[in-house]
Design a protein around this ligand. Sequence first.
Ligand SMILES: Nc1ncnc2c1ncn2[C@@H]1O[C@H](COP(=O)(O)OP(=O)(O)OP(=O)(O)O)[C@@H](O)[C@H]1O
Ligand SMILES: [Mg+2]
Length: 285
Amino acid sequence: MLTDTPAADPMPPRPAPPQTPRPAVADPGTVAARAAAPPMLVVNDFSLSYGAHPALKGVTLEVPAHSVTAIIGPSGCGKSTLLRAFNRMNDLIPGVRTEGEIRVADLDVRTADVVDLRRRVGMVFQRPNPFPKSIYENVVFGLRMLGLKDRAELEARAEASLRHAALWDEVRDRLGRSALQLSGGQQQRLCIARCLAVEPEVILMDEPASALDPTATARIEELVLDLKTSYTIVVVTHNMQQAARISDRTAFLLNGELIEYDETGRLFTSPGEKLTEDYITGRFG
Ligand SMILES: Nc1ncnc2c1ncn2[C@@H]1O[C@H](COP(=O)(O)OP(=O)(O)OP(=O)(O)O)[C@@H](O)[C@H]1O
Ligand SMILES: [Mg+2]
């Protein structure tokens, strides 16, 4: 039976929670280590409906830590809905009902404290959405929400996040300027830096480069490949070349059902399902 999801909690300022240790990965580079490590994300027979409209139907998949997973499929198939389910962003939509289980490392998403969940599972959207504040204040926004006040630490974490998001060299001498003066590509890297500042374990990206030009897109793709050494990334994309370039595994959704989920190379070269083959060869969608 479908059950109502709990209402979204407000996000009051509160002390920074202790850092949760990342799952132990002896040597994340080896295939054996990846196979032995517990998955970072587990989706188990998960369904979601908007009122009477089913958007996800019995989706089951596991995402290994320190990997990039691409979600592909035609418009309206449920990609954004699945992405938002990982940090309960769908809770904000009235009438949403869910069934089944999603786990993020040791957390059951249904019962998790939503502030803690969203610190551990950050999100980057299709359109860069910096706040109308300075570059610096954008990056430290989440840290201030978590109650961090020490100026030296805020500055150190802002610099580290901007460096990790490959933006530091472009903004180091204008941190006090409005974030809205940055280019679209810079704004998107700023949003990634804002997400990194609170040290998430998982980063969700919903078509993060679709509003950007080819050069800015290439920078975001390089960044995703760099970030996966420290984070687990799930990225929605309509661009199949992009999915092939940046992801380790690809999930193909159609009408809310997971049709196929496999290593990216295999899914694109020898898909197991006719529907996948039809989609990736452009026969529909
Ligand atoms: N807030 C909402 N209220 C009601 N229905 C919604 C809502 N958001 C999405 N849906 C419906 O759920 C289904 C899945 O939508 P979703 O946004 O997840 O698709 P998508 O695969 O991300 O599509 P796109 O590629 O166009 O972004 C669609 O039928 C959509 O109309
Ligand atoms: Mg979408």
